[in-house]
Design a protein around this ligand. Structure first.
Ligand code: ARG
Length: 467
């Protein structure tokens, strides 16, 4: 028998096994191909565990020194690409532990005292995810800043606001963009909330029941920067709700990105012509020489399906699992990793694309005018003169019909025409029918009037400056 108990997978378990694992099973059960990504967290978690074991007198100071020395070398080997990942050692945990034992002998074999891969992997995933969350927050903030920068230049740029994708009322382009800033700001709050529940320590749960060694769990938690402990050992090793919550955050965030992407695609089409994208975000067609396609926005929309799929996959992964740990949980990693990568890349590229977006205010304004976007304003005008709203609504429908028949905008009808529709319409009416008059009048908190929009921009900027 080899002196390295993990050198051969069949020997890793115990003498109980009388035949080696089949090649197919080896490949089927191995996760090292993807979970090696957790190596930093795995080493960090092991060092915190070893340090605590030594402090509690469970392993010797010399063991701790050996473990530290071995882990320092392993870290170098992995960073430089010299580490040899072995499929027969199944996962990142066994690979690192086996190498440690090869390097430092018995101390390496003592590392796993009072620990199981079950609480080890749960700890690693949480540590890793916490780091990723901390990298995602600035990306969400950059996305918001890019939108704010663009909005700041367009508080006076009028575009049609839509309901049912029909022209509804004029809004400023800035106001439209700020809707997305609100969405991404909430995504940031959601992510911070997820982090609170990710940041709890499973180590100490061991395989499922806790351990009889006198571990100091709080010491490990402090070393690793966890805010608390998982307080039921069965729950600690088995539930992945923190990953579900992250995937839910990621899905919602991607849905927001997807809505923005859809608008960018629409706005760029010849039928809207509201914006243009810098060439570097577009692709051409191999057959139609005139084409410039907004592929990045389309892909972001498409990748949303993939992230939402990961959320569904993770939910299904959990739903049938009896307590406590089951190997099913090994399947949590790829969806989680891909969700993180997809959201990060998407936020990065969308922020850049938004920064380079060219706005065509004339086209936006023309579209608003074509859609009788100020009809509500004329109705409100009549209400302020004393007409009940329903009657005002009806009177304005006649005005729109007249304008439609003549192929002109409401603001192009003469005062006489308007007065023929309703005698309460006075000389001050044409002013309310202008797009800017309509926009400027919506001064309610959260409305599209430039003063409101500029105040929101300032508030968002202050929030981001303190983030
Ligand atoms: N690779 C495993 C996972 O990702 C580690 C835990 C394995 N535990 C076990 N009892 N087989 O979940």
């Amino acid at each position: 028998m080899s002196s390295d108990p993990l050198a051969n997978k069949a020997q890793a378990w115990s003498a109980l096994f009388s035949e080696p694992m089949s090649e197919l099973v080896k490949r089927y059960t191995a996760s090292v191909g993807f979970d090696q990504r957790l190596w930093r967290a795995d080493i960090e978690g092991s060092l915190a565990h070893a340090e605590m074991l030594a402090a509690q007198g469970i392993i010797g100071e010399q063991d701790l020194a050996d473990i530290r020395r071995g882990m320092a070398q392993i870290r170098q080997e992995i960073e430089s690409g010299r580490f040899e990942w072995k499929l027969e050692l199944e996962d990142v945990h066994l690979n690192i532990e086996a190498r440690l034992t090869a390097l430092v002998g018995d101390a390496g074999k003592r590392l796993h005292t009072g620990r199981s891969r079950n609480d080890q992997v749960a700890t690693d995933v949480r540590l890793w995810l916490r780091g990723e969350i901390d990298r995602l927050q600035p990306l969400l903030q950059s996305m918001q800043r890019a939108l704010l920068d663009l909005a700041e230049r367009h508080a006076e740029t009028v575009m049609p606001g839509f309901t049912h994708l029909q022209v509804a009322q004029p809004v400023s382009f800035a106001h439209h963009l700020l809707a997305y800033v609100e969405m991404f700001a909430r995504d940031g709050e959601r992510l911070a909330d997820v982090r609170r529940r990710v940041n709890r320590l499973p180590l100490g749960a061991a395989a499922l029941a806790g351990t009889s060694y006198a571990l100091d769990r709080w010491r490990v938690a402090r070393t690793l920067g966890f805010d608390g402990l998982c307080e039921n050992s069965l729950d600690a090793v088995s539930d992945r709700d923190f990953a579900l919550e992250f995937a839910a955050f990621a899905s919602i965030c991607m849905v927001h990105v997807s809505r923005l992407s859809e608008e960018i695609v629409l706005w760029m089409s010849q039928n809207f012509g509201f914006i243009d994208l810098a060439d570097r975000y577009c692709t051409g067609s191999s057959i139609m020489p005139q084409k410039r396609n907004p592929d990045v926005a389309e892909l972001a929309r498409g990748k949303t399906g993939r992230v939402v799929g990961h959320l569904m996959g993770l939910l299904m992964l959990m739903k049938g699992q009896p307590l406590a740990y089951n190997k099913d949980n090994q399947e949590d990693k790829e969806p989680l990793f891909d969700a993180v990568d997809t959201v990060a890349d998407t936020l990065r590229i969308m922020a850049e694309m938004v920064e380079g977006l060219q706005v065509k205010p004339d086209a936006m304004e023309r579209a608003a005018r074509r859609g009788y976007a100020t009809a509500t304003d004329l109705a409100d005008y009549l209400v302020k003169k004393g007409l009940p709203f329903r009657d005002a609504h009806e009177a304005v429908a006649h005005a729109v019909k007249l304008a439609l028949g003549r192929g002109v905008d409401l603001s192009e009808l003469s005062l006489a025409d308007l007065q023929a529709i309703h005698p309460l319409i006075g000389e001050d009416a044409p002013q309310v029918l202008t797009l800017r008059g309509s926009m400027n009048a919506r001064r309610v908190v959260g409305g599209t009037a430039p003063e409101q929009v500029l105040a929101r921009i300032a508030a968002h900027r202050a929030r981001l400056a303190n983030a």
